[in-house]
Design a protein around this ligand. Structure first.
Ligand code: ZN
Length: 381
């Protein structure tokens, strides 16, 4: 199959294609389960395939998840379906699928965002900032003072106007804020997430979102038999143009850090979010597992990020922030003209799901240059 044909244009098409493998998987694997997790309060449905070569659960499990950031699910879904079709189902494949590892494939964790081309969920929550929250009241450490200081810049509370003029005005304000506070300050303020402004960007919510509660319960049940768990969480948008980065949260020297080095170390792509010069996301999905599972388990959690238009240079950072801020602004405060709002929405979509063929091919090459090999290594540890 031409790899480009894995990329589909609507949530419904992705879901239908994902579900079309059910029968074949069921007949090929000794153990197969399709669960459709209903997420209460408008969170949609989350399809999960859980399968293995033997009737009894193996000791190792590979988790592949997509769509925590809704719109990023288009690419994630394409990778998952290619994995299923060419690696799990194709008998002529030259790849030797490890018999000692089970697979758990979660399709579209944020179904609402996926359907509507949004990063956030139905409550404007960035789920990757929400997985750390417990049932208790919000902890003090989640107060982001830097964010509060530049809140009016990040979340303008007025109608959106003309795209071009808004952009020019944004650049001027952006430079003003950077000159006043410094680039690192602004980056920290924005990307670390915040838990105070429900209408703002990078909002992590006030308590665990329904999907987090559903998954906590589900994982506690399903992950019990496994000693070793590899977690591949697919994302897009961050990083060099058409590039890939592997992002980890583990503390340097920790067991998890050592685990990850064994599997991913020599790809030369590991970025440690715990390190000083790199942003740390609190409430990350990959962190979640360490929090809910027994300490004896060996975890290998990684965020697989496919860079799209390149947001690491100054112009890229400005463009990216402008789109993030404007998309959010239009949702809450509207736009003077629908066509100007459409320009923002279209560019926003391109930032996370480009229709450029060069990007789509590069993303497939990157992911399949790493994932099969990483799974083989993991199975041999
Ligand atoms: Zn993401």
């Amino acid at each position: 199959m031409d790899v480009l044909s894995y990329y589909l244009e609507t949530y419904e098409a992705c879901r239908k294609a994902f579900l079309s493998y059910k029968k074949q998987l069921k007949s090929k694997f000794a153990r197969f389960d399709h669960e459709c997790l209903e997420i209460p309060k408008g969170g949609g449905e989350l399809d999960v395939y859980y399968l293995g070569e033997k009737k009894k659960p193996a000791k190792r499990l590979v988790i592949m998840s997509s769509g925590i950031h809704g719109v990023e699910g288009f690419a994630g879904s394409a990778f998952q379906r290619r994995w299923i079709e060419e690696f799990l189902l194709d008998d002529k494949s030259t790849y030797k699928l490890p018999k000692n590892s089970d697979f758990l494939i979660l399709h579209g964790i944020n179904a609402h965002g996926f359907k509507n081309f949004l990063r956030v969920n139905e409550k404007n929550v960035d789920l990757n900032r929400n997985f750390a929250l417990k049932r208790e009241k919000l902890h003090k450490k989640f107060k982001n003072k830097k964010y509060r200081k530049i809140q009016s810049f990040l979340n303008p509370g007025s109608e959106f106007g003309n795209f071009f003029f808004e952009y020019v005005f944004f650049i001027i304000r952006f430079l003003g804020v950077v000159i006043r506070f410094g680039a690192k300050y602004v980056l920290d303020a924005a990307v670390n997430g915040q838990y105070e402004f429900p209408k703002g960007i990078y909002y992590g919510g006030r308590k665990p979102e329904p999907v987090v509660r559903v998954l906590r319960k589900y994982f506690k049940k399903v992950l019990k038999p496994y000693d070793r768990i590899l977690i591949l969480d697919f994302h897009t948008g961050y990083g060099e143009k058409n590039g890939i980065s592997l992002m980890q949260n583990a503390e340097k020297g920790s067991r998890e850090d050592k685990n990850l080095k064994k599997v991913f170390g020599d790809f030369g792509l590991l970025l440690n979010e715990g390190e000083e010069d790199f942003y740390r996301t609190s409430g990350d999905f990959t962190d979640f597992f360490g929090k809910i599972l027994a300490k004896e388990k060996d975890l290998f959690p990684i965020t697989v990020e496919l860079g799209t238009f390149g947001n690491l240079n100054v112009m890229g950072a400005i463009r990216g922030s402008f789109l993030m801020i404007s998309e959010n602004r239009i949702r809450f405060y509207g736009s003077k003209s629908e066509s100007e709002a459409d320009k923002v929405r279209e560019e926003f979509k391109q930032m996370f799901y480009p229709n450029r063929e060069d990007w789509r091919l590069a993303a497939m090459d990157h992911v399949f240059g790493i994932v099969p090999e990483a799974i083989t290594r993991f199975s041999k540890l």
